[in-house]
Ligand binder design. Structure first.
Ligand code: SF4
Length: 236
């Protein structure tokens, strides 16, 4: 069993991720809480890049549940058919718009239970919306965060809920607002699934993963993680 992180190590872990990217942002594009909700719902099993490509035109036409209802399921399908599982997603997005219009005055509720009542909205989507749109200290555990937390032993757990609960216990309050994005970006660009980029990882001496890579894949340029983070920071 790898050694659990001490409090000082957890502090150090997040301090380093923060130094690398002081104000992390979601890579999904949105214009208000409603379009964020739609973008997150569309992003299940799809890349943020693919979702952004589809929503660029959609969000110029639709930014409220009422406008989504006007567009309708068939109309929405035309915008999102490049995204995986688009038929089911279109059905859910329109059904959610109906509920938002009828029950919440067209506003996205700042409440976990109310969010999770919406068709197609699970705990992960609700956590992202609460965090990004309303500034709540929630951590939505996706595949990247699940991998990073188990590999490093920062917050191990057998399923996403166990990891979320563990993160709630161990993440210092002053890092809780951005922990979600730091961990996702770390998993997406450095602690990648197949061959993590351990030689350029800023937390490698804290990480407990026993199979750390010793060299970067030859086809990758040096330190891609650092460059991507720098490029993103300059855009926001
Ligand atoms: S050292 Fe390697 S396995 Fe550990 S967090 Fe960094 S990239 Fe991931």
């Amino acid at each position: 069993m790898p050694k659990p992180f001490t409090r000082a190590e957890v502090e150090d872990f997040f301090a380093r991720l923060k130094k690398q990217n002081p104000s992390p942002k979601t890579e999904l594009e949105y214009t208000n809480p409603y379009t964020l909700l739609v973008a997150v719902a569309l992003s299940a099993q799809a890349t943020d890049k693919g979702v952004n490509k589809a929503t660029k035109a959609l969000f110029q036409k639709v930014s409220t549940p009422e406008q989504m209802l006007k567009l309708g399921e068939k109309g929405l399908t035309e915008y999102i058919k490049t995204i995986g599982l688009y038929r089911g997603k279109a059905r859910n997005v329109v059904a959610a718009a109906k509920l938002l219009a009828e029950k919440h005055g067209g506003q996205v509720p700042k409440d976990r239970d109310a969010l999770q009542e919406l068709p197609g909205v699970g705990r992960k989507t609700a956590n992202v919306v609460l965090n990004v749109a309303f500034g709540e200290k929630t951590i939505a555990v996706d595949t990247h965060i699940f991998r990073v937390c188990n590999r490093t032993n920062l917050a191990p757990g057998k399923d996403v809920r166990a990891v979320e609960d563990k993160l709630e216990q161990v993440v210092p309050d002053h890092y809780a607002l951005h922990a979600h994005h730091w961990l996702i970006l770390h998993g997406r660009y450095t602690c990648i699934a197949r061959k993590p980029l351990c030689p350029v990882c800023v937390v490698r001496d804290l990480c407990r993963f026993k199979d750390k890579t010793k060299e970067l894949p030859p086809e990758k340029p040096k330190a891609p993680a650092a460059r991507k983070v720098a490029a993103r920071s300059s855009k926001h």
